[in-house]
Write a protein that binds this ligand. Sequence first.
Ligand SMILES: NC(=O)C1=CN([C@@H]2O[C@H](COP(=O)(O)OP(=O)(O)OC[C@H]3O[C@@H](n4cnc5c(N)ncnc54)[C@H](O)[C@@H]3O)[C@@H](O)[C@H]2O)C=CC1
Ligand SMILES: O=C1[C@@H](O)[C@H](O)[C@@H](O)[C@H](O)[C@H]1O
Length: 336
Amino acid sequence: MRSVSVGVIGTGWIGQDHIRRITERVVGARVVAVADIDPERAKQVASDVEARALPTGQDVIDAPEVDAVVVTSWGPTHAEYVLAAIAAGKHVFCEKPLATTAEDCLRIVEAEQVHGRRLVQVGFMRRYDAGYRQLKQVIDAGDIGTPLMMHCAHRNPTVPEGYHSAMAAQDTAIHEIDTVRWLLDDEIVSAQVLTPRSTSNKFEHLTDPQFMLFEMAGGARIDLEVFVNCQYGYDIRCETVGETGAVSLPDPAQVWLRDAGQVRTGVYQDWKDRFAEAFDVELAEWVRAVRDDALTGPSAWDGYAASVISDATVESLRTGGVVNTQLKDRPEFYGG
Ligand SMILES: NC(=O)C1=CN([C@@H]2O[C@H](COP(=O)(O)OP(=O)(O)OC[C@H]3O[C@@H](n4cnc5c(N)ncnc54)[C@H](O)[C@@H]3O)[C@@H](O)[C@H]2O)C=CC1
Ligand SMILES: O=C1[C@@H](O)[C@H](O)[C@@H](O)[C@H](O)[C@H]1O
């Protein structure tokens, strides 16, 4: 079996997590080159896995020993690197968001079609989570009848000062935006944001929580609470209600402790632990797909569709109104 040599651009939180994962857990791949705008960080991370630290992300893409690229730099830099990887004819796994504007996502979609084969996968890792996969199986089997409503929550304990109000859609809700499209196999046609009283546990500039409402083409309605300073943990909830039943996302198993007249269990504190197994499966499947030149994971089109909805959500945060959304026609290339 051919081993896939991976180059990683961006060696921050998730970059380091993916490098460790590819090195220790994924069969058939290794990290051979990395880059970061912080060269010291890149050097340190490279030495841990015996990879080369290169001066720029473009150098990683151009390196002859790199078969495939992982982009884990800041969101606004994604489009440039993904387009460069396509130009070099290399597979590229890009963390969400694919790009920070729908226009940039479309440029990627167009460039990939010109190349003629799928090269891009977007890091919507919830599609690889065992609980979400069970949820989808139940919905697809018709066990709850036609889905009518979905109630979701996305809570982070805190966020850094650099996190601003639009990021609630662009960086956080974008996971649910992709997940509901995938779970219901339908497109979102409108978005609205309501703003409850803000928490006092936040930086001054931030609107938090935000209550988002989405409407699907088939008529189902989604409510999503995004609350990124909830203090107590990283808590992801999703219940789908259909004509004859309801199905809820399970919390990942943790022990139940009975003591002092109480029963209690833990709540994960960040995405790293909550979705650790999903990330493992995601990257293992990506590596196999790269080796077989047959990508099946979330596509550049999915990145584009999510970005159109997150743009509409940000607009509604500004205006308070319902924003209707319209995607371009889905090309045959993406199973349109
Ligand atoms: N799937 C998921 O649940 C998660 C996805 N993410 C996504 O991963 C990306 C990175 O997030 P974090 O690791 O949390 O951020 P981070 O700030 O910890 O790391 C980003 C790294 O990229 C580097 N960088 C920035 N611009 C660069 C450039 N032009 N070239 C090379 N390196 C550059 C920074 O120096 C930094 O080391 C974001 O797009 C974020 O949305 C992050 C956390 C969880
Ligand atoms: O992707 C992620 C972060 O980038 C984002 O900032 C968090 O809000 C999400 O919970 C996490 O999954």
